[in-house]
Design a protein around this ligand. Sequence first.
Ligand code: AMP
Length: 285
Amino acid sequence: MRIFNKIADLRAYLHECRAKNQKIGFVPTMGALHEGHLALVQCAKNEVEIAVCSIYVNPTQFNNPTDLEKYPRTLENDIKLLETVFCDVLFVPENAEMYPEKNILKFDFGTLETVMEGRFRPGHFNGMATVVCKLFNIVQPNKAYFGQKDLQQYMVVRQFIADLSFPIELVCYPIVREKDGLAMSSRNKRLTPAQREIAPKLYEALILAQNLLQNKDKNQQKNIQEIKEEVLVFLGNIEGIKVEYFEIVAQNTLISLDNLAEKTSIALCIAAFLGEIRLIDNLLL
Ligand code: AMP
C-alpha cells in the first residue's frame, strides 16, 4: 500500500493511474478502522482497479471539542488492517495540508441538515461536506463508498454530488454489525465494558419499532406516536442510555412521518448517549 501525506504527491500518483485507464474507488474515513470500514474498501477493490482510503479526523465537522479530542486515533493498526484487504493507496493529511487557510465556505442543505444529526450537531454537515468536497477534488474518484450507518451523511453527499455535478458514482454500503447487533463504530472503542454490554439495546429498539410498524394484526396496530413512545419507554428502562432522538422518517427526505398512511419507504433513526459517548444507528424498512 502506498501512503501519502501531501496532496500534490497523491495527485501525481493518481494521475498516473488514470493515464493507465485504471478506475479509482474512494473510501473517506476518520480512522480507528473496523470491519465496517474494511467492507467498504473490499467493495471498492471488487469494483475498481485502485482503492483509495483516506484517514483524516476533520476538525470542522466536530461540534463537540471533547469528542474531537477523544476521537480514537490508531494509525499504525489502521495501516495493518488496510493491508489485509489489499487497499492500494492511503491518504493521511495533516490539518495544515487540508486547511491552509481558514475555511469560510458555507453550504445550505435545507431540511436535510436541520433534522436529526443536523439539529443536534450544528455545523457538522457543513464541515463534513467541505472536507468531502476537498477530498473528491483531490482524489477525483470514479466511485465513492459511504456507509448507510451515517444515513444522513450519505443523503447530504448524494445531494452535493448532484448539485455540484461531481462525476462520481456514489455507493451506499449496508451497516456492518457486531454479532450482538451493535452497529460497528470507531466510538465503540471508547465504551466501558458495562456500556458495551447495553449498547446493542439501540439496535433492539430499532427492531422493536420495526415489529410494531409491521404488525399485521389490526387490533394491535399502533400509530407513529404510540410506537415512538413505546421505543422511548423501552430504552428509558435501561440505566446508562440517554436517547437524543428516535425518529421515524421518509427515506427520501429524512422528514418525520406523521402517519403510516403515507406511502413511502421508511427509515428508523436513533441517536443516544452512553455516558459521554454518542452512538447512532438506523434501519431501513
Ligand atoms: P467514519 O470513519 O466514522 O467517518 O466512517 C467512514 C465511512 O465508513 C462512512 O462512510 C461510514 O458511514 C462508514 N461506516 C462506519 N461504520 C460503518 C459500519 N458499521 N458499517 C458500514 N459502514 C460504516
